[in-house]
Design a protein around this ligand. Sequence first.
Ligand code: HAM
Length: 418
Amino acid sequence: MSGAKQSRPKGTQDFLPPQSEDRRRVEEVARRLSRLYGYREVMTPMFEHTEVFVKSSGDASDIVTKEMYEFRDRADRSLTLRPEGTPGVVRALLEGGLRGSSRVFYVGSYFRYGRPQKGRYREFGQYGVEAVGEASPLTDAELIILGDQFYHDLGVADCRTLVNSIGCRECRPQYREKLVGFLGEHRDELCEDCRLRIDRNPLRVFDCKNESCQQVLADAPSPSNHLCDACEEHFATVRYALDRAGMQYELADRLVRGLDYYNRTVFEYVSDRLGAQDSLGGGGRYDYLVEEFGGPPTPAAGFALGLERTMLAMLEPARPERRHLAFVVWMTPDERDEALEQLAKLRAAGIAARMDFDATKPKRQFKSADAVGAACCVVIGPDEVARGVYALKDMATGEQSEVPTNMIVPEVRALFRD
Ligand code: HAM
């Protein structure tokens, strides 16, 4: 490689501090809430056999037809970087001998080869939860509430929750037939993509962003008006539970979601702050997927929330001006060993601390402490050592006080509390 500067691949992102720390905070909220609702973390490979995604996300979905990072390994196997979490999780639960119900969550990187733009990347983060083995509409409602609480806790502004039902194996065929009839009558007014969808996956036409298609679709029969009694009842209970919980949501009878495995309840969180890529996250019920993977009939539901879009929609995070970091400074090289001991003591007490090992003068050490945003300096000088004290400098105010050496840890802690 020549000395030319390298840039990151298109559609990827770097997270340098402090953005990396903002991102971790988002992930921490995800983990905390998941545990609060009884979910346990699951980790699955970054890549799977391509078949896993084709079979579940759907061979007519955009993800599978246009966006997969598919490659052949040295043994000529077709593998794909995971574009979403659900298929790998279902595969893993089955391979691990799925018994009874499992509530699992994941936070990680996913890969889709789309056209990069604001909020759309080729590598992006998702926080997902899957409730596998749960049939009740109360599960659907609780998932919707959990996602909403995630956005609420992170201070995401202008988040709206859209909810719909797209029926089941019983009622969808009749509805599909009706929709195909309608689309056939309007074939000439539809875009190329939608015309293809008529035969392959007609429900997907509702995802089309094309203005003229949207006009045609305004009169199309909607899935939620063609539910069988069981689906109708299921959806009514979801809404009842949401109402009881005081949850604000909108019924969106054109919401179908871009993946093939859904049935009954589907939902999406959208934000007007995001522009074209307005979907913050989404999910729904997928009662047939486990069976399609060769498992026993197992109802399931889940969601995935995009981490970058969440961060884009968040109000500017309130970052403390100074980090909870103590800097240890020596005045003359004679105190260097004592400074190293103090550094170890602070860390042993759980206080983040560092020194500038390269600085040969105190002035330079203070400059480093300021540059990294340390909240305080523990200053060790010859006079102080003789009297059994250190100086503690508050870097925000510049104030300095003398503290007995055995009181340094509680005093630094007290300073971090402000
Ligand atoms: P999805 O709607 O394809 O659902 O993705 C969920 C979220 O991931 C989106 O709302 C968005 O925030 C984020 N996302 C998707 N693609 C990108 C991208 N290229 N760049 C940035 N963010 C993106 C699923 O993935 C399903 N597995 C959800 C689910 C779980 N359903 C049931 N369980």
